[in-house]
Design a protein around this ligand. Sequence first.
Ligand SMILES: Nc1ncnc2c1ncn2[C@@H]1O[C@H](COP(=O)(O)OP(=O)(O)OP(=O)(O)O)[C@@H](O)[C@H]1O
Length: 307
Amino acid sequence: MATDTVIDCGGIGKRYRRSWALRDCHLAVPAGHVVALVGPNGAGKTTLLSLAAGLTLPSEGAMTVLGDQLPGSPRALDRIGFVAQNAALYPGLPVRDLLAIGRHLNRRWDDARARDHLDGLGIPLERKYGRLSGGQQAQVSLALALAKRPELLLLDEPLAALDPLARHDFMSALLTAVAEDGLSVVFSSHAVNELEQSCDYLVVLAGGRVQVSGEVDDLLADHRMLTGPTAEADAVAERLPVVRDRRAGAQSHLLVRTGGVDAPVSGGWRQQRIGLEELVLAYLREPAASALPGPRGAVRPNQKVLS
Ligand SMILES: Nc1ncnc2c1ncn2[C@@H]1O[C@H](COP(=O)(O)OP(=O)(O)OP(=O)(O)O)[C@@H](O)[C@H]1O
């Protein structure tokens, strides 16, 4: 069955006692992407992933996954793999037993695939999970999640505890699975310097709301870093939506949204496209700015766009 969106929510909210972890959260993530979910500590990333996995219920609004499925419904559970933050599997059990548990708990289970994955990395099935290195444990979690043959894989900070080599190995195993199976992936991460090689869709959360959402190529095409004389910076900022404005003496640096074309500025200004890390950092530093699809993301000149 063709699925247009893997996560779709309009105005969803999640409250813990008196504070809102997510509020008025609008998001429609199309299928077929590797989505990086980024945001500062406490932004609501884990909460959003837990809602999509059906581990918790929204306090307001509704979410669907994989088209029109309710999170947590039997059909959604069958088709979604979830690896929680610091996924602690039973440390005293050998990997072989973890595979057996997965086999018994899942209707769609590809044991050979999990064994091949672990065999390829030299991870012995008889070794107790708690005796594996952090990188090996992460690979076991990934192998178990992929053995479900999920259409959507949700990963909560899978890279957090891994050294650079283990991160590289993890992402390469993940991207191989994406290429082979065509599954959609949503993973939260603070490793903004590593996103460009791995994701093609970006969601930034800030204060429980969606701040940025879109395909990476479109977002990068939509932004320019302008560097020019501070004396003219106000005039430029009046004509273009500014994400970040840095005045450094006689020179100013304005990150602006241009709608995918070069900014109409005088010859005294230099304009450059930016990379994904720079874009993410700019939005993290400016939580009041946003880049969203559709009418909510429409920008008016001379304004930071409020979500
Ligand atoms: N079970 C809970 N009970 C009470 N408050 C919670 C609970 N889970 C999350 N919160 C609060 O909800 C907000 C969002 O938390 P969440 O864990 O979703 O953020 P996050 O973006 O994943 O953060 P981090 O990057 O630190 O993992 C935070 O203020 C957090 O303290």
